[in-house]
Design a protein around this ligand. Structure first.
Ligand code: SMG
Ligand code: MG
Length: 369
C-alpha cells in the first residue's frame, strides 16, 4: 500500500478495578492507537507500551516519539509498503519493538481489509475459538483474592494466572489451590525474584502449577537455566523473549519449557508467528500473553492464539475483565472461550462515538511534512 498519512491517537480507558503486579498498580490504560491511511482504506494498530517503563523500557510517550521522529520517516521513504516490509524497513532503528509492532499491525490490517482476508486466516489459525485464561492481580487480603478468583471461575475462565512477588507467593497460591482444587493454575512474577530465591520458589512445586512465568530479570537467561535445575514447575519466559532468535537461545540453554508470546514484545505479529513456529519445531508449547489491550489488540491476539502450537489458554480475557466499555464491540466469553473474528483484517473497528469520547490527543503525520 501507499501511505497517505498516519494518525497517532492517544486514548485513556479506566480499568474496572486496580490491577496490582510486582511492577506496581495500574488504575487506567493510556493507549497509543495507530491508524494508517491509504488509498484503499485504513488500518488500525495498537501499541502495547504502558504509560511508564516498568514492564520493559518502552513507554507510550517514548513510543509515539520514536514513531513520529524515526519510524514513520523510514516508512514514508519507501513509497509502496506491505506489512512484510515494515520490519526490514525499520531495522536501522534499534529496539522499540512495541512501537514497530503497532505500525506493522496497522499496515497489515489495511492490507488484509483491502483484500478481504482476516488476521486469523492470514496468520494460519486452525481454531474458530480459543480457550481463555485470566490474569489475577496481587491481593493483600486472601478472602478478597478468593472472591475475585471465584468470580472469574464463575464467568467461565479456563485457567487462572496469579501475579506473585516476594511476600505474596506461596500462601496465596496455597489458598487458591486448596479452595478451588483441580483448576488450571499458573503464576507470573514479572521478574521480581533473583536466583538466590531458587529454593523459596521450589516451594511452589507442591501446588502442581502449569508454569511459573518470568521469575528472574529479562536478561538473565542463564539464571533461568540454573533455576530450572532447582525448581520442578516448568519455567515460562515472557519479558526475556524479545525475538524468535532469543527464543531459540533460551530453549537451547534450557531456560524455559513454555513460552508466552506477545506480539508487541517481539516487534509485531509476523515475528510472533516466527516465535510460534520456532517453539513448535522445538516441542515447546506457547500461549498468548496480554497487555490489557483494547478490542483492536485483543482481536489480533485471539487470531494469533488460534495457531496450532497455542496449546495452553492465553491471557486473552473478555473486554469486561479490564474495561466497562471497550472501544470496539466487546469480546464476550462464551463457555470460557472467545471467538476468532472472521471479518476482513482485525474484523473489528472502533465505534466512532466511543473513540471520540476516550481520545485525549490526535496527531496526523504525512509524508514530506
Ligand atoms: O491483558 O490480560 C491481560 C494482561 C495479562 O498479566 C498480564 N500481563 O506480564 O503477562 C504479563 C502482564 C503484563 C502487564 S503487567 C501490568
Ligand atoms: Mg508476564
Amino acid at each position: 500500500m501507499k501511505l497517505d498519512g498516519v494518525e497517532l491517537r492517544r486514548i485513556r480507558l479506566p480499568l474496572v478495578a486496580p490491577f496490582r503486579t510486582s511492577l506496581g498498580t495500574e488504575l487506567e490504560r493510556d493507549v497509543l492507537l495507530v491508524r494508517v491511511l491509504g488509498p484503499d482504506g485504513d488500518g488500525w494498530g495498537e501499541c502495547v507500551a504502558f504509560g511508564a517503563p516498568f514492564y520493559s523500557y518502552e513507554y507510550v510517550d517514548g513510543a509515539q516519539d520514536v514513531i513520529r521522529r524515526h519510524l514513520l520517516p523510514r516508512l514514508f521513504a519507501r513509497g509502496e509498503i506491505s506489512a512484510a516490509d515494515v520490519g526490514p524497513a525499520l531495522r536501522g532503528v534499534r529496539g522499540h519493538p512495541m512501537a514497530k509492532g503497532a505500525l506493522e499491525m496497522a499496515v497489515l490490517d489495511a492490507e488484509l481489509r483491502a483484500e478481504g482476508t482476516s488476521f486469523g486466516e492470514y496468520l494460519g489459525a486452525v481454531r474458530t475459538e480459543v480457550d481463555c485464561g485470566v490474569s489475577v492481580g496481587i491481593h493483600e487480603d486472601t478472602a478478597d483474592l478468593l472472591r475475585t478468583v471465584e468470580g472469574y471461575l464463575g464467568e467461565g475462565y479456563r485457567r487462572i494466572k496469579l501475579k506473585i512477588e516476594p511476600g505474596h507467593d506461596v500462601e496465596p497460591v496455597r489458598a487458591v489451590r486448596e479452595r478451588f482444587g483441580d483448576i488450571l493454575f499458573q503464576v507470573d512474577a514479572n521478574a521480581a525474584y533473583t536466583l538466590a530465591d531458587a529454593h523459596h520458589l521450589a516451594r511452589l512445586d507442591e501446588f502442581d502449577l502449569l508454569l511459573v512465568e518470568q521469575p528472574l530479570p529479562e536478561e538473565d537467561i542463564r539464571g533461568h537455566s540454573e533455576l530450572a535445575q532447582i525448581v520442578e514447575t516448568p519455567i515460562c519466559l515472557d519479558e526475556s523473549i524479545t525475538s524468535a532468535r532469543v527464543a531459540e537461545e533460551a530453549i537451547a540453554a534450557g531456560a524455559c519449557r513454555i513460552v508466552n508470546v506477545k506480539a508487541g514484545r517481539v516487534g509485531g505479529y509476523l515475528e510472533a508467528r516466527r516465535v510460534h513456529d520456532l517453539c513448535e519445531a522445538n516441542g515447546i508449547p506457547v500461549w498468548c500473553g496480554g497487555m490489557l489491550e483494547t478490542g483492536l489488540g485483543r482481536a489480533a491476539n485471539v487470531a494469533l492464539a488460534a495457531l496450532p502450537n497455542f496449546t495452553l489458554p492465553g491471557d486473552t480475557s473478555a473486554s469486561g475483565r479490564y474495561y466497562a466499555e471497550d472501544i470496539c464491540e466487546p469480546f464476550v466469553l462464551r463457555d470460557g472461550r472467545l471467538a476468532v473474528p472472521t471479518g476482513p483484517g482485525l474484523g473489528v473497528s472502533p465505534i466512532p462515538e466511543v473513540l471520540a469520547r476516550v481520545t485525549t490527543s490526535v496527531e496526523t503525520c504525512r509524508p514530506g511534512a
